[in-house]
Design a binder for this molecule. Structure first.
Ligand SMILES: Nc1ncnc2c1ncn2[C@@H]1O[C@H](COP(=O)(O)OP(=O)(O)O)[C@@H](O)[C@H]1O
Ligand SMILES: N[C@@H](CC(=O)OP(=O)(O)O)C(=O)O
Length: 813
């Protein structure tokens, strides 16, 4: 004896029903088969809607019934040969006439009882099972339609009836002989009470019908045929890389389904488990796929967790009060009150201080629960022993499930670490003593992100998805995008990182693509929506994607001002923009503190030395216990380029212009020439080394005549031309001394200064060419000979690569 159940998706279309037929055809053995079918996909929802529309006086229920009727008639016409269609067509019409009569009564009475709802919903399975049975009979698969309402006996809890197993088993056994080769088609979901009134077994209850038959007939297997290839590690509609679990224990499957894995209705497993009947989940549309076998004694070879699931629409009810401590009876009253209102508790937590108890319940009954509890605890509330009941809305439960959890320490640490890093606030936590499940209550808006984060953490050793938002498509930004495009496949293959650019903006336009922008089609940005910085930030926050990294490749003040909002949502920031780190010390410190508090990254390596590993190295030294005593550095790629190329043959202004044209300067070259940029860099280094330094405290021995620094950038160039003699003098004096000019930054004992110096040939700074930078760290460990970092310190390509490296670093946390 085998029992097979085909869900709504498996009978939703004529083609689906044809697939059911071929599965049954392939099955035909000498064993008897019981086939349970659900209503055609979505029909139960629509029937429910008919009832609610009628009850609220909305006459459109008639149109809805019309369209449901049409769908069934079309289905029968397509499946059953014309010559023998009439009896099934008239059955369908007669059923819908009856449904319409019931809905008309509901419409007139404006009353919709649970009993009537059960009756209305029962039409779905009645009809589908008749259509399937007729189709099979007319296509050589002889079968008998069996009325489940005559054999499954329940109490009168119409919408979630409790089965009377002794009576049901007896009735089923009397009608289906164990030894036969028959095939029975049974409508799922529906039953009847002792008085013969229709009841239903709860939404999704066709699975349960199948389990009831399987248990009564001691079937060798219960097969649940659906539209996915088994029970998966997470809901495949939420998690793209969810995997099929090939074997799972009854208990694990029960936990997963109890916590929302819709593929199987939770009560289904109980009767199967009692008789050790394996439950096999199979895909009607890919019958060759293995599917999932649910049975006892599963030994998992890989991982501690077998799946993740979630339940939406949860409210958290909190009972709190100092009067509760040490006094027995509060929880008894709480749960008794909820039970007396037939409120099912999904999750419970209690603070060890006994000062508060939280329960998670279905949101739709939260108001009823609060009312009942406020009444039950009125005495305690009036005396201030207990606070008025608090209800929190818009919550969901996520659950990690796995039998192996109990043998492994660290699962919850890993779970909450991953949630925390992604800014997902946990409102309540519960872990059953069986240690088969850890569940957490979180905001519903965070569920998709949370499930994906956890799935990645526990199942996707293959790769981690990183979602990048970039503002700035100038010199550095465009090189960065080109580098990302070039490296995407490499990163996925070699570093297990799937780097997706989700948002790009420049000062004019912004473009978003939730599944990743195709970097071959960046011209789409030109016709994208107008840039609005606040809207860009809001969008990042509302998209709420895991492992989000915001990349600032601008020199904009307003962009730098958004970092705090991003950290609040645990979004990492990678900044090429120096404004934030060189702003007031308190702001720099505040931003760094926020990033640390939110377990997120704030990385700005390219603020000093472009792609050179300067800040990273400094931090490595500090983290390993060293201390930075002095820093001597040439930090301006622009000034180096200028002094390395200026020899008096071309004007100083011409050489500066060349540096700007080749992309080495800041957008405003006066920031380089006047020394401000170097001041910012040495200040950032000093701050990273632990100094509390402000810009005003840095001494600047500027070599620029004051007149060059006034007015516009054009004035700046023309004034430099006029001051050519001054620049020439600086050059000839240095050359006469056998020295070279370098713009040097020094930091020692909490003080910093910048200025032009003549460097003699023995000095580390002498042999600096092109746009090179050099940094010397004198530390406790590098006392006499400094640690030296040297190389190109400007240029779009190297700066972009530094930003890119920071993105990867942020992604690897
Ligand atoms: N962990 C999970 N594994 C497999 N499917 C899941 C899981 N969680 C949710 N689902 C969803 O359950 C659906 C199957 O359940 P359901 O719609 O009730 O099917 P049927 O129509 O066959 O009764 C799948 O299409 C899938 O989207
Ligand atoms: N048709 C019912 C019963 C059922 O189990 O359906 P499905 O197998 O499509 O989940 C419902 O939608 O609740």
């Amino acid at each position: 004896m085998q029992v097979l159940k085909f869900g709504g998706s498996s009978v939703a279309t004529p083609d689906a029903i044809r697939s059911v037929a071929s599965i049954l055809q392939a099955k035909k053995t000498n064993e008897p088969l019981v086939v349970v079918v659900s209503a055609l996909g979505k029909i139960t929802d629509q029937l429910l809607q008919c009832g609610s529309l009628a009850a609220t006086g909305n006459v459109t229920y008639k149109e809805l019934i019309q369209s449901i009727t049409q769908r069934h008639l079309d289905m029968a016409r397509e499946l059953v040969p014309v010559a023998i269609q009439s009896s099934i067509l008239s059955f369908i019409i007669q059923q819908f006439n009856e449904l319409e009569d019931i809905c008309n009564s509901v419409y007139h009475l404006k009353e919709l009882s649970d009993r009537t709802i059960a009756r209305i919903l029962s039409f779905g399975e009645q009809l589908s099972s008749h259509i399937v049975s007729t189709y099979l009979n007319t296509h050589g698969i002889t079968n008998t339609w069996l009325d489940a309402t005559k054999h499954i006996v329940t109490d009168s809890n119409y919408l979630k009836a409790v089965v009377n197993f002794p009576a049901t088993n007896k009735s089923i056994q009397s009608v289906i002989p164990k030894q036969s080769d028959g095939l029975w088609i049974v409508p799922g979901f529906i039953a009847s009470d002792e008085e013969g009134r229709i009841t239903i077994l709860g939404r999704g209850g066709s699975d349960y019908t199948a389990a009831i038959f399987a248990a009564a007939l001691q079937a060798s297997v219960l097969e649940i045929w659906t539209d996915v290839s088994g029970m998966m590690t997470a809901d495949p509609r939420e998690v793209k890389h969810a995997k099929v679990i090939s074997r799972i224990s009854y208990q694990e499957a029960m936990e997963l389904s109890h916590f929302g894995a819709k593929v199987i209705y939770p009560p289904t497993l109980q009767p199967a488990m009692q008789l050790n009947i394996p439950v096999w989940i199979k895909n009607t549309f890919a019958p060759e796929d293995h599917g999932t076998i649910i049975e006892s004694n599963i030994v998992h070879t890989k991982g501690t967790i077998c799946g993740i699931s979630s339940i939406a629409n949860i409210s958290l009810i909190s009972l709190e009060g100092s009067g509760m401590i040490g006094i027995p009876g509060y929880s008894k009253l709480l749960f008794e009150t909820l039970a007396s209102c037939e409120i099912n508790v999904i999750l419970i937590t209690q603070a060890s201080s006994e000062h508060s108890i939280c329960v998670g319940i279905e949101a739709s009954i939260a108001t009823k629960a609060k009312k009942a509890l406020d009444k039950a605890f009125a005495y305690e509330i009036n005396r201030g022993m207990v606070n008025p009941i608090v209800v929190e809305q818009d919550l969901s439960i996520i659950a990690l499930v796995g039998d192996n959890m109990k043998n492994h320490a660290g699962t919850s640490g890993k779970m909450f670490g991953a949630l925390g890093r992604n800014g997902i606030n946990v409102r309540a936590i519960s872990q059953g003593s069986s240690e088969r499940n850890i569940s957490a209550v979180i905001a519903s808006a965070d569920v998709k992100k949370a499930i994906n984060v956890l799935h990645e953490e526990f199942f996707e050793t293959t790769y981690k998805q990183v979602n990048v938002f970039i503002i700035g498509t100038g010199n550095v930004g465009s090189r960065l995008l080109a580098q990302i495009k070039q490296q995407q496949a490499y990163l996925q293959k070699n570093a297990n990182i799937q780097l997706r650019v989700i948002g790009i903006a420049n000062s004019r336009r912004m473009l978003f693509e939730e599944h990743g922008i195709d970097l071959n089609q960046l011209d789409r940005l030109d016709s994208a929506e107008p840039m609005d910085l606040q809207a860009f930030i809001n969008r990042i926050q509302t998209m709420n994607l895991r492992n989000s990294v915001f990349v600032d490749v601008t020199a904009s003040n307003s962009v730098a001002n958004t970092y705090a909002d991003l950290f609040l949502k645990s979004i990492s920031v990678v900044a090429c923009n120096k404004i934030a780190c060189s702003s007031a010390y308190n702001n720099y410190q505040h931003l760094k503190g926020m990033a640390t508090d939110r377990h997120t990254s704030f990385l700005f390596e390219t603020n000093v030395g472009a792609g050179l590993p300067v800040i990273g190295t400094l931090n490595d030294l500090l983290r390993s216990g060293d201390a930075i005593n002095e820093i001597h550095a040439v930090l301006s790629g622009t000034l180096n380029f200028v002094f390395n190329n200026y020899d008096g043959t071309r004007s100083f202004a011409t050489v500066v212009k060349q540096a700007q044209d080749e992309g080495y300067t800041e957008p405003d070259p006066r920031l380089d020439l006047g020394g401000t940029d170097v001041m910012r860099k040495i200040m950032i280094l000093a701050r990273e080394a632990g100094a509390r330094l402000e810009m005003e405290q840095i001494v600047n021995h500027s070599f620029m005549p004051a007149s060059c620094m006034e007015g516009s950038v054009e004035n700046f160039y023309s004034e430099m031309e006029r001051q050519e003699a001054h620049f020439k003098k600086l050059y000839t004096e240095a050359t006469a001394n056998g020295k070279k000019l370098k713009f040097v930054a020094n930091y020692k004992n909490g003080e910093a200064a910048v200025g032009l110096q003549q460097i003699d040939p023995q000095h580390d700074f002498y042999h600096l060419y092109g746009k090179d930078n050099i940094v010397l760290f004198y530390t406790n460990r590098y006392k006499d000979q400094p640690m030296v970092i040297k190389g190109a310190g400007a240029g779009a390509e190297v700066t972009a690569s530094g930003v890119f490296a920071d993105i990867i670093r942020a992604a690897s946390v």
